[in-house]
Ligand binder design. Sequence first.
Ligand SMILES: [Mn+2]
Length: 359
Amino acid sequence: MKSQIENRIDKLRLLLKEKDMDAVLVTKRENYVYLSGFNGSSAHLIITQNDAFLVTDFRYVEQAVKQAPLYEIIEYKDSILVTINNVIKTKGIDILGFEEDHVTCKSYREFEEKLNVKEIKPLAGMIDNLRMKKDKGELELIKKAVKIADDAFSHILGYIKPGVKEIEVAAELEYFIKKQGARGVSFDTIVASGYRSALPHGVASEKAIEQGDAVTMDFGAIYEDYCSDMTRTVFVGKPDEELSKIYNIVLTAQQNAVRGAKKGLTGKEIDSIARDLISKEGYGDCFGHGLGHGVGLEIHEEPRLSLKGSIIMDDGMVVTVEPGIYIPGLGGVRIEDMIVINGDNPLVLTGSSREMIII
Ligand SMILES: [Mn+2]
C-alpha cells in the first residue's frame, strides 16, 4: 500500500503534468513538511515526474534521511542555487514551478538570473490547495492537537478567579499545553477580560480579571506540526444582561453555522448562516471578521469562511466556526470550534461545552 506521502506526491505530479511543468521547487515549510515528512527549518524540494530531491544543509542531513525516505537527500555546501542547477541539468528541467507567495523579491530575482531553466512558473497555490482536504493521518494529528486544547480549557477553568492577570492565565494555558506533549502553541494566546473582551484579538495583557468580567480565551496547540484553534468566553460572576443576551445569539449563530457547514456550499454561504442571524438580532456591525478558516499545518489556511469565501466545501476539509459580537466599552463574546466537512453531517472536533459557564 502506498504511504500518505506517496499519495500526496502522486497528486502533485498529476497537476504538474496538467500545467506542463517539468518540476516544482518547494520552499514553503508547511508544503515541504506535507510533501516529504521532513520538518526541519530549512529545505528545498525538487520534484519531477520520476524523481524527488530534498536539498538541505549539514545540520539537517541525518534528520532528512530519517524523515524523508522517499527523497534523495542532497547536502549543499556553499550555494543552494548551484546545487539546484546541478539537478536541473541532470534531469533536463526546462519549466520549473515555484511558490510565488513564499519567495522574497530577492530570491525571485536570483531564480530568474541564476537558475538554468527556460521558464519559472508561479504555482498559484497549487500545493496549498492540495493541503485543504486532510487525509487520515492528518486528521489523527489534528484530533490530538484539539484534545490538548480541550484539556487545557478544562484545566484553566479552575485557575481563573478575580485578581488573576490575563498574562497569568495565558502562561498557565501554554504551560499546560506544552506539558501535554504539544510542541508549542498555534499563536499568541488571547485572554481578553472585561472591556478588553471587545477586542477580537486581545492578546493577554497585565489587566487583572475582575468580578463580573467576560473572559474570552482563544488558543491552540501544535501537535506534530498540526494546529488546533478554539475560543470560549466564560464569565466571572453573574454576566451583564446584554452580554448574556449576546452570548445566546453568538451560540445560536455558531451552532446553526456548524450544522449548516455542508459539502457543496461555498465559504461565503456558510459565513452568511451566522452573519444573517447576528444581523437580524441587530448586531451585524459588531461581527466584523470572517466566520472561520481552514486549519492544518498552518493555523490560518484555505478554505476561508467569510464574505469572500469562494472555495466550495469538500469532505475532509477542516475549518473553524467562530462568530463573535464585540461592543466597545462593554465587552464581547466569541465561540469557536473546529469541524471536519463530511457530506451533510459535519463532524465537530472540539469537545468542550459551549453552554454558558459562570465561574
Ligand atoms: Mn480561529
